[in-house]
Design a binder for this molecule. Structure first.
Ligand code: XBP
Ligand code: MG
Length: 265
């Protein structure tokens, strides 16, 4: 079968392909604070709120600025410099962490990539994360050179919801947004995809829920597996009624968002 309507799928990494946040990035941020003798620790709830700020260095800066506003003791601290130094250390810590099995792929992610490969659909990555850890993580979990393009925060410094990572990935792939889909997990990611005019399917995780992800064209609570489908949280184009994100459901999504079938709900 040809790939009418679907030529490329562009994946987000954090929270989408890989469960990185709660037991990965968060732990690395906390270790960077501890090594510097800072008392700050981000618990799971606070980290969930801080995830609204995309990009690790921006996230630290946002947190430190909030503290400085609330606490006179921070007066005189160069927040930009401190955030940059903490993030440099956090990146080194996390780059070590991604080599261990404690950072797993999300169930169903590899199945979908295999199916897309077999169908001749190009797969790419658009993430706000740092190159240092993104590439070794993808290589370990999915095999070297599995993605036709990997755009990271280094190439697209304007973090999501800015669309530049998606626009760059589309350009690198030579594919029009009308025949591609973004797979995301967060509101920032959904906005970035929309601004790049990409249809977007969302696989929510423990940190991202239907009410925080905004206007996606399809929302599931995971990729779904044969015999273990995901919950379908929103499917106005009736692209994925079985709850298993596969080539056919993504092809239906692209065709229907492109105007062949109006949304039914
Ligand atoms: C994920 C992020 C990332 C990581 C931290 O956003 O915001 O910044 O949490 O990685 P998305 P770095 O999934 O939308 O790309 O510390 O390397 O920035
Ligand atoms: Mg994400």
């Amino acid at each position: 079968m040809g790939n009418q309507g679907l030529r490329a799928v562009i994946f987000d990494v954090d929270g989408t392909l890989v469960d990185t946040e709660r037991h990965g990035h968060r732990v690395a941020f906390n270790q960077a604070f501890a090594e510097r003798g800072m008392p700050d620790r981000w618990d799971e709830d606070l980290y969930g709120k801080l995830l609204e700020v995309a990009g690790g260095e921006r996230r630290i800066r946002h947190y430190l600025s909030g503290k400085a506003d609330a606490d006179g003791d921070q007066a005189g601290v160069d927040i930009d410099k401190l955030a940059a130094e903490l993030h440099e250390r956090k990146t080194a810590i996390f780059t070590e962490m991604v080599r261990s099995p404690q950072i797993p792929a999300r169930p169903g992610a590899e199945r979908l990539i295999d199916e897309l490969d077999a169908a001749g659909v190009t797969v790419g990555v658009a993430t706000t994360g740092s190159t240092e850890w993104v590439q070794p993580l993808l290589d370990r979990l999915f095999g070297a050179d599995r993605f036709a393009t990997v755009v990271t925060g280094a190439e697209a410094p304007n973090r999501k919801p800015d669309p530049s990572a998606y626009l760059m990935a589309l350009e690198n792939l030579g594919v029009d947004s009308a025949v591609a889909v973004a797979i995301e997990d967060s509101g920032n990611g959904v906005q970035a995809a929309a601004a790049a005019r990409l249809p977007c399917a969302v696989v929510c995780n423990g940190y991202t829920k239907l009410d925080t992800i905004g206007d996606a064209q399809l929302v599931l609570d995971g990729f779904g597996e044969p015999g273990k489908p995901a919950a379908v949280l929103s499917d106005p184009y009736q692209a994925c009624p079985e709850g298993i994100l596969d080539v056919e459901s993504l092809r239906r999504l692209v065709c229907r968002v492109g105007g062949e079938t109006p949304p039914s709900q």
